[in-house]
Design a protein. Structure first.
Length: 216
């Protein structure tokens, strides 16, 4: 096999967090007097670092964006974290990779603390050799930093044997920054155009196809 290590994004790749994330964003925006009724408009918050999304999509200053993330977490850590669903085929995908002897990691821009809670909640934490995420203080949040931290923590040094699996351009660009191959998945929140233009090495329509690419 070409790969012996696979890194997975979490939101939009392993689970569908749309309801919880958008409810948390709505909660945060209300604090600033912004009423957002179009939930679909908020799906773009899924994937990128939160503070960056508040800056880009609502013109918040960095200071205001950091405050917005704090209000986001007020809702998220109590309710939003559980308004989340495991994608069909994910558990089977992880079982297939584990059976093949692949080292399986998580590299997410979600705080590591929350990532662990979610994966334990769905009963799939046991498949991962290490779960890497962002730091709560925002010092480690960009995807390339999270990937580098995850690889170091898992004692993986040969990136030529690694592949990053994710649904947004940030996953693909993060992998490229470390000269790593990537698989863009189409069942999450990114589309073919976004993933291909970002330079995904492969594109998979579903978890089954991702397994086929990794193990061939």
């Amino acid at each position: 096999m070409k790969y012996n290590t696979v890194l997975f994004d979490l939101d939009g790749t392993l689970t569908d967090p749309g309801e919880g994330i958008t409810n948390s964003v709505i909660h945060s925006l209300k604090y600033f007097g912004i009423e957002e009724k179009d939930r679909v408009k908020l799906y773009k918050f899924i994937g990128p670092p939160l503070w960056e999304s508040f800056e880009v999509f609502y013109g918040f200053s960095r200071e205001k964006a950091v405050e917005a993330v704090e209000h986001y977490r007020e809702y998220y850590k109590v309710k939003g974290i559980y308004e989340n669903y495991l994608y069909e085929g994910v558990k089977e995908m992880l079982e297939s990779l584990k059976s093949a002897g692949i080292k399986i990691l998580v590299a997410t821009s979600k705080p590591e603390k929350f990532a662990n809670i979610i994966l334990e909640h769905f009963g799939i934490a046991k498949y991962f050799d290490f779960i890497g995420g962002a730091s709560m203080d925002g010092k480690r949040v960009n995807k390339d930093d999270v990937i580098a931290y995850t690889l170091k923590s898992a004692e993986v040094s040969d990136v030529s044997k690694c592949v990053m699996v994710g649904d947004r351009l940030h996953d693909i660009l993060g992998a490229k920054a470390l000269d790593m191959d990537s698989i863009g998945v189409l069942y999450g929140y990114g589309d073919y155009k976004e993933l291909s233009e970002a330079g995904a090495t492969y594109i998979a329509e579903n978890p089954e196809k991702a397994v086929e690419i990794i193990l061939r």
